[in-house]
Design a protein around this ligand. Structure first.
Ligand code: NI
Length: 216
């Protein structure tokens, strides 16, 4: 009997450690093997709309491009497509924001219920004004949110977003290393789906549509 308990405890420990390791690697490199694996496991176990989903997302207080304080409550009744990044991002962020915009176009009338939200993880440079100018380059529907370093750390923590400042050798300007997932949040404010980056607009639109339909 003791041996069985010890075996069960050991297996549980292994499962927890592997899960932890995967999550850590996925956060550092969302497009790497761990990120893809985790996204696949997430959709396989139905990370959408179940108890496991409670651990991603949640309340936030941030600042919009007019300098007004906004919270997650302001978006109730709408689906939120949330993406974290920064305006100085040289490649991934602009690509993803274009994809999100194109996916919303493809959703047609259903897209009207969806609010795309871009939250900066570089609040030191991304002022409300800078965010406002940046999001307009992509889509008039796109809401750009910034905040104090503490507010950004808080929302990034709730969404399990990894970000870190990196300064390339010989450069005075810094870059932000950051994880790159798209988060789908329901009209009730609850997290529904974690979507990996690099999808086509078509595939993203289908994923969003599937989630909207399955929640009735
Ligand atoms: Ni980026």
């Amino acid at each position: 009997m003791l041996r069985v308990i010890r075996l069960a405890a050991t297996s549980l420990l292994v499962v927890v450690l592997v899960g932890w390791g995967l999550a850590w690697f996925a956060a550092r490199d969302p497009d790497g093997l761990a990120g893809r694996l985790l996204a696949r496991v997430g959709s396989a176990v139905g990370l959408e709309a179940n108890s496991g989903a409670a651990s991603i997302g949640g309340p936030f207080q941030l600042v919009d491009s007019t300098g007004r304080t906004v919270s997650d409550q302001d978006f109730r009744g709408h689906w939120m497509v949330v993406y974290f990044g920064y305006t100085f991002c040289p490649d991934v962020c602009p690509t993803e924001l274009q994809t999100i915009s194109a996916a919303l176009d493809q959703l047609g009338p259903a897209g009207a219920a969806v609010v795309p939200i871009f939250i900066t993880i570089d609040p030191a440079r991304d002022t409300p004004k800078a965010m406002g100018q940046y999001v307009k380059l992509f889509d008039d529907r796109l809401v750009g949110l910034t905040g104090s370093a503490e507010q950004i750390a808080d929302v990034a923590g709730r969404y399990r977003v990894y970000y870190a400042k990196v300064t390339p050798k010989g450069s005075s300007a810094y870059l932000m290393d950051h994880s790159s997932f798209i988060y789908l949040v329901g009209p009730d404010g609850r997290f529904r789906a974690l979507i990996r980056n690099g999808l086509t607009a078509d595939a993203l639109a289908q994923t969003i549509e599937k989630n909207i339909h399955s929640s009735g």
